[in-house]
Design a protein around this ligand. Structure first.
Ligand code: SF4
Length: 293
């Protein structure tokens, strides 16, 4: 049976797909709000071990058509290493149509257009990408290792390489003092950077990272409550009037108080009406006990 190095994380939309661990942990591991890979030392797994896992996965699930390369950012691997993995996946899984992985902004920037195009041609065609915020000072505060202009450049390059991007934004990330700048900077970035899917998450801090997260802010961090998060959500969607391309929007991650789904900008008005209904108490929020990461 295919064995994994735990803990194992994957995007909710990859829950029914084959997962192969190409790396362990996250090559960056410094975002102050994130505890996912604190217990793991970043490791590039040997190509032989990964190919054996692919053989095992294919023997258990020969009809798999979608594969997620874990852990935190398989895009950190050298391109020739990734190509070997992708070629073996294609060899062992005849129905393969899509390979995806998490991609750090810095690692996407490091890959050339030619490398990304080559990877896309070998079916690495979906990247999960944490924007978190488009506000430069906030990105610095949370140690994201990224800037809005760097993210714009990387996302434009991925688009040119015909890769699809599923991006996330974290509501509540700036607290009560900086929320408007957080949302407005994010809107500005999203209006320039082409993405295919957008999800909003709600800030959820594990106890182990709470002190380091709070210490990054110059003044005492004041958390947003659910009503303030709805105001952030409203301002975000209200201002996404034009986008480089149609975006499939979701806020159905378990961290969210309000689940929303639609296409942007087409469904803007309907999504805003749903947020309004929640603000007025006619649409209920997800109870606390059902929230999490
Ligand atoms: S948010 Fe992503 S890039 Fe940042 S530490 Fe966590 S896994 Fe790594």
């Amino acid at each position: 049976m295919l064995k994994y190095h735990m803990p194992l994380y994957r995007p909710p939309s990859e829950g029914e797909n084959l997962i192969i661990q190409a790396t362990l942990g996250c090559s960056f591991n410094r975002c102050t709000f994130c505890s996912m890979y604190h217990e793991k030392t970043y490791t590039e797994r040997s190509i032989d071990d990964v190919l054996l896992d692919i053989d095992q996965g294919a023997s258990e699930w020969s009809n798999a058509s979608r594969v997620f390369l874990a852990d935190g950012d398989a895009l950190a691997l050298p391109t020739d290493h990734l190509i070997k993995i992708l070629d073996h996946l294609a060899l062992r899984l005849p129905k393969l149509t899509r390979v995806s992985c998490y991609a750090l902004p810095a690692n996407l920037l490091k890959k050339s257009l030619a490398e990304l195009t080559l990877l896309q041609e070998h079916k690495l065609n979906l990247l999960y990408y944490g924007i978190e915020s488009g506000h430069a000072p906030l990105l610095k505060t949370i140690h994201k290792g990224a800037t809005p202009w760097g993210m714009e450049e990387g996302l434009l390059k991925a688009e040119q390489a015909k890769m699809k991007i599923s991006a996330t934004v974290v509501l509540g990330l700036a607290g009560q003092d900086g929320w408007k700048e957080h949302i407005d900077g994010t809107v500005e970035l999203l209006k320039k950077a082409p993405i295919n899917y957008l999800s909003t998450l709600q800030l959820f801090l594990d106890d182990s990272v709470r002190p380091q997260f709070l210490a990054g802010f110059k003044s005492a961090f004041k958390f947003q409550d659910d009503w303030a998060i709805l105001t952030e959500q409203y301002r975000l969607i209200e201002n996404l009037t034009t986008l480089p391309k149609r975006v499939i929007f979701r806020s159905n991650h378990a961290s969210n108080a309000l689940a929303l789904a639609g296409n942007l900008p087409k469904d803007r008005q309907r999504l805003l009406s749903e947020i309004k209904a929640a603000q007025e108490g006619t649409k209920s929020l997800r109870p606390d006990f059902l929230r999490g990461l």
